[in-house]
Design a binder for this molecule. Structure first.
Ligand SMILES: O=C(O)C(=O)C[C@@H](O)[C@H](O)CO
Ligand SMILES: [Mg+2]
Length: 382
């Protein structure tokens, strides 16, 4: 079997799909994208394509190592996202060629269903309790929300109180009916993170995500020593070689690699195993589309330490298109009691509506993340 062509399709809301075609009529889908830099990742995918066309797509390990190591300058968000989407498509092809879902190729399932959570509250957390109550009717009991809005490096007790008050309102209204993670989203500097974590302790958040920016990872152990709240991170780390340092230094209890940013199934399956060796949980980041989610689930069902899966249905980023819009069988991602089942079809297990993808790619938006500013006019972490 040989790879013949790679097609990329940028689509709303801010995703990109990759279709890898072969000379045997089997095609595989991937989702290589960095939110806000889709065109840059697209260029990287097509540069990788130069060395992929003509190769056997089933040689996944050699293709992964070659894509990674053939670049003197390697790693990082763009190249690892391009490799991630290509890797997903290669696994999709291999599973389809063998007639089995990817989780079978990774050794089979360790669980019957996978716990998922939903975002609430948007960029500036609001109407959180009502939003959670609506989603609880659909079976969700686990959520994630942004922990703060803009926060300066030395913000006022008033700003801390405002952030904590939103969480206190959830705790007062819903108590132990729900679990929720708080995403600090890298908006908080270390001094403020320490104060916020202390003030949030009484409300027992399930975890605090990106308590500081990934480039401030040396603070994770110090922050963890000051709180009982499990700390989570990973969406802005892109390979085993970054995650190994976080595991060695400690402080992070939940690793959240993104299967469309951290090298794909091949890499994240290894990251999950590394995390397990350090007694660290695995909870893939996935605010993206159906191919990314399918790839996550394939790994989730084979990783004993997989605890939670993010999915983007209803997320505040999904303007103009939703997760199921590009999926033929909407039932693929059915949520029952807050859980998803394994995808039984061969490959990644999801059938992409190619006609819908091609149509949507004709007027794809160039999504950019907001640029926030503090009151003094300086740029704020979004
Ligand atoms: O889902 C999450 O945990 C996020 O932090 C959202 C962020 O990753 C945006 O997708 C960036 O554009
Ligand atoms: Mg996040």
């Amino acid at each position: 079997m040989k790879i013949t062509r790679l097609h990329t399709y940028r689509v709303a809301p801010r995703w990109m799909f990759l279709k890898v075609e072969t000379d045997e009529g089997i095609s595989g889908w991937g989702e290589p994208v960095i939110e806000g830099r889709a065109r840059t990742v697209e260029a990287a995918v097509h540069e990788f394509a130069e060395a992929l066309v003509g190769r056997d797509p089933r040689d996944i390990n050699d293709l992964w190592q070659t894509m990674y190591r053939s670049n003197f300058y390697r790693g990082g968000a763009i190249l690892m996202s391009a490799i991630a989407g290509i890797d997903q498509a290669l696994w999709d092809i291999k599973g389809k060629a063998l007639g089995v879902p990817v989780y079978q190729l990774l050794g089979g399932k360790v669980r019957d269903r996978m716990k998922v959570y939903s975002w609430v509250g948007g960029d500036r957390p609001a109407d959180i309790v009502e939003h959670m109550q609506r989603l609880m009717e659909g079976g969700f009991d686990t959520f994630k929300l942004n922990g703060t809005e803009e926060m300066t490096m030395l913000d006022s007790p008033r700003a801390v109180d405002a952030a904590v008050a939103k969480v206190a309102a959830v705790h007062e209204a819903l108590g132990s009916q729900v679990s929720f993670g708080l995403d600090f989203h890298g908006r908080v500097a270390a001094p403020m993170a320490k104060r916020l974590l202390k003030e949030l302790e009484p409300y027992k958040p399930l975890f605090v995500e990106e308590p500081v920016l990934a480039e401030q990872a040396e603070h994770y152990p110090r922050l963890a020593a000051a709180t009982s709240i499990p700390l989570a991170a990973g969406e802005r780390m892109y390979s085993r070689f970054e995650f190994k340092r976080v595991l060695q230094e400690g402080g992070i209890s939940i690793l959240q690699p993104d299967l469309s940013h951290a090298g794909g199934i091949t890499e994240c399956h290894k990251i999950a195993a590394m995390a397990e060796a350090y007694d660290v949980a695995f909870a893939p980041h996935c605010p993206l589309g159906p191919v990314a989610l399918a790839a996550c689930l394939q790994v989730d069902f084979t990783a004993w330490n997989a605890v939670l899966q993010e999915q983007s249905m209803g997320i505040h980023y999904n303007r103009d298109a939703e997760l199921l819009d590009y999926v033929v069988n909407k039932d693929d991602f059915r949520i029952e009691g807050g859980y998803m089942r394994a995808l039984p079809l061969p490959g990644l297990g999801v059938e992409i509506d190619e006609e819908r993808v091609v149509h949507a790619s004709r007027n794809a938006p160039d999504w950019r993340n907001p640029v926030w500013r503090h009151l003094d006019g300086s740029v704020a972490e979004w």
